[in-house]
Ligand binder design. Structure first.
Ligand code: SF4
Ligand code: SF4
Length: 439
């Protein structure tokens, strides 16, 4: 792509030039940035990246391999946004820059093609993802996985492949969309009219958490509408250079839910919830969808946000011994959705919990969407730090509200030998409910 077009494209799709202007270069974000913490280089910091984006967009600096690599080295954790006194929307800038660099010679064409194929044809396609999940299920259940691990054959293909293989979650026997009815009713009176987004990876690879969520919501008195024509939220595409496709998915979801009457759209995945809350901004210039997107986004609630606000009455087994429990903030909950006190309030109120705060609970675990797959070595540096902090709590349970973090921390328990159970908070709630305990 010629230089002039790169600049024009970057300027055209950067949200607004005034966002670039907002950075006052104070450096308050530097101490919160995991990549700056590793390299101590200005260009690996939020401030440095903003300066580079600004310079490239204005034609003052040439697009380069270093520029592309720094945009992809960023975890897009958005810790810098939380720290920023000027309200700079850094996430939107880096995501826009990624759209541009994927069309340059500085990023491997084969890599972009594989990434795009995997995200469009597998992750975003329910049938495609089910097919791959079934293969993985077969691989795990038949003992093939054990054989591959014992033979260490994957090491012949690439240094990290055998490690990446262990990141795969244990696939449930049944997907959640085959178990959740389009309309689920509580046993007693209907207190809340809710809808549920079952997601893509949550539906196939974390199906049990979706079932736990439905069970707990029913216990709270929720009528739950789960449209089966809903699709993946688009966050993985939006964060990884394919915003055009992400917006197509956003419109499909809006259409799927718009037909129904509900007050809260519950999500149990931090990444999906954050992206769906952002549909309003992402589609604000689309005359056909701007209003509908605003309405849709205003109803999205993380499941722990919903519990914290509504305080539904739940009946717990009070005879259980409390277990030492800690909590890791998923970046897309604390930084993107500004949700941090709510899950803690709910967790601390549970009778089966003795709570201990985690040091650096809001530091990224290195999962970051597909970052731990495409940049495994960088992701592991963040994970090692996270596992050290978890170990220091002596907790028996670590809770977190995002599937990516759960998978990454589970990987860390084996890699760094930390004896802790990793759960979604909603799974713990279900486990403590009197009505769901085995006698
Ligand atoms: S998003 Fe995270 S990794 Fe990227 S610049 Fe901000 S703090 Fe650093
Ligand atoms: S992004 Fe915000 S915190 Fe970071 S240097 Fe700019 S103004 Fe300061």
């Amino acid at each position: 792509m010629p230089k002039e077009i790169e600049y024009k494209e970057l300027l055209k799709i950067l949200p607004h030039d005034d966002i670039l202007q907002q950075c006052i270069h104070c450096g308050m974000c530097l101490a919160t940035c995991p990549t700056y913490d590793i390299t101590k280089l200005e260009r690996s910091s939020p401030r440095g990246r903003i300066k580079m984006i600004k310079s490239v967009a204005r034609g003052e600096m040439e697009m380069s391999r270093i520029f592309a690599d720094e945009m992809n080295f960023c975890l897009d954790c958005q810790a810098c946004e939380t720290a920023c006194p000027a309200g700079v929307k850094y996430g939107r800038m880096v995501e826009t820059a990624r759209v541009v660099i994927d069309n340059t010679k500085y990023v491997s064409k084969a890599g972009v093609t594989i990434k795009r194929f995997a995200l469009r044809k597998i992750v975003a396609s329910r049938d495609g993802l089910k097919f791959v999940s079934r293969l993985l299920w077969f691989y795990q259940k038949t003992g093939l996985q054990k054989l591959v691990r014992l033979s260490r054959i994957l090491k012949f293909f690439s240094k990290n492949l055998s490690e990446i293989e262990t990141l795969s979650p244990v696939i449930a026997d049944k997907f959640s969309d085959t178990q959740i009815k389009e309309i689920e009713l509580p046993n007693g009176e209907v207190k809340y009219k809710t809808a549920f987004h079952f997601g893509c990876l949550m539906n196939t690879m974390f199906a049990d958490i979706n079932i736990d969520t439905i069970d707990v919501l029913k216990e709270c008195g929720c009528k739950i509408i789960t449209p089966h024509d809903q699709v993946c939220c688009g966050s993985l595409m939006g964060h990884n250079g394919d915003m055009e496709f992400a917006l197509k998915l956003a419109r499909k979801n809006i259409d799927a839910f718009d037909k129904h009457d509900y007050d809260y759209l519950i999500s149990n995945s931090a990444g999906c919830g954050a992206f769906m809350k952002d549909y309003a901004h992402l589609l604000e210039d689309d005359p056909a969808y701007a209003e509908k997107a605003k309405r849709f986004s205003s109803k999205v609630k993380d499941v722990m946000e919903f519990f914290s606000e509504q305080k539904p009455e739940l009946i717990f087994n009070l005879e259980l011994e409390p277990e030492l429990t800690t909590y890791h903030d998923a970046c897309h909950l604390i930084h993107a959705q500004k949700i941090s006190t709510q899950p803690r309030e709910v967790i601390k109120s549970l009778p089966g919990v003795e709570y201990k705060e985690l040091e650096e609970a809001n530091w990224c675990c290195g999962s970051a969407g597909i970052y731990n797959v495409v940049r495994y070595d960088d992701a592991i540096k963040q994970l090692e730090r996270k596992m050290g902090n978890i170990k220091n709590t002596n907790a028996k349970i670590v809770l977190t509200g995002n599937p990516g973090c759960m998978g990454q921390i589970k990987h860390g328990t084996k890699k760094f030998n930390v004896d802790v159970e990793v759960l979604h908070p909603v799974t713990l709630i279900k486990r403590l409910l009197k009505s769901h305990q085995k006698s």
